[in-house]
Design a protein around this ligand. Sequence first.
Ligand code: G6P
Length: 369
Amino acid sequence: EAAEKGGYEHFMIKEIYEQPKAVRETMSGRLAKDDSHIIFDELKWTPEEVAGINKIAIVACGTAYHAGIVGKYYLENLARIPVEVDVASEFRYRSPLVDDKTLVIVISQSGETLDTLAGLKEAKRLGAKTLAITNVVGSSIAREADHVIYTWAGPEIAVASTKAYTTQLVTLCMLSIYIAALRETLAAAQVKELIQGLRELPAQAHEILEDVEPIKTFAQQYGFNEDVFFIGRALDYCVALEGSLKLKEISYIHAEAYAAGELKHGTLALIIEGVPVIALATQPDVYEKMLSNIKEVKARDAVVIGIAMKGDDQIRNYVDHAIYIPDAHKYLAPLLAVIPLQLLAYYAAITRGCDVDKPRNLAKSVTVE
Ligand code: G6P
């Protein structure tokens, strides 16, 4: 096992560090050389085929579900198709409105999660066109779906998913650009800007991983708090959900993610002196609103750790500590913003002496209901 860990102490940290490579490999051969379009040889869809789709339903569990929520943003904003996202255990029992004009996308790292597989079968029974995004070639989900896109993350061993999530995001972004081209919903310049942004991701992820000391320090400082809150708006809220899941699953700290604008509808009652709040502020369209939310929690004496894009000096005036990610396209910021949160969860779990790779009560692949 030590050899498999390649010198790292745990699989989770090894997999966090493998993200630049995993993201690069997932994009490999799929970005046109001149950045003009996305290539998915495994799909080869036609404009007519795509015109027949009037709705997309995304179905997944756990971290893959959190990737699905980001996918909704991408598909709705770039390809302009209505998207609903369900956890698989809800989707399969709620009589979803799915028919032959629906594209059902299932996302699963392992390709073996029972609820996701059952959701896929239900979608097929209802006549939907189905697409699986999975990391395991020949898995049950890959075999069952009409179409498959593989994420090339390599084997993921740690129970807490990291590189699978970032490769799922990159795949969903490429898929959205691909469908947008078939529906003619994006200008050539927008496509180029996004593809250029995608190309920069591996190096940007690497840059974050080169300096983890501040995150380690925060984790040691706040690792013994019993509650931590994550807040964000728009895509930052999606990342907050994933950051909160990471922290609770491996460090057993009670963590909650809230859409920052929703705080005053309840959660603000829990914000008291010294409670750590991780505030994500990478989204330019809602940045000012986010600053107001940060002020709300600061006014209750929370300790705020802000995650912002490099160049944002303003944030320092509002938070106790700022963690910077490289300046990225706003749609791609989640891929980078999640990395400090993965590291925070990892180091908090270490601080608390938890079994990082095998957290209590959890399994890597849930093949029972
Ligand atoms: C389990 C794992 C999670 C994973 C989820 C879905 O809960 O512990 O890390 O996100 O299953 O797994 P899948 O293989 O379908 O992506």
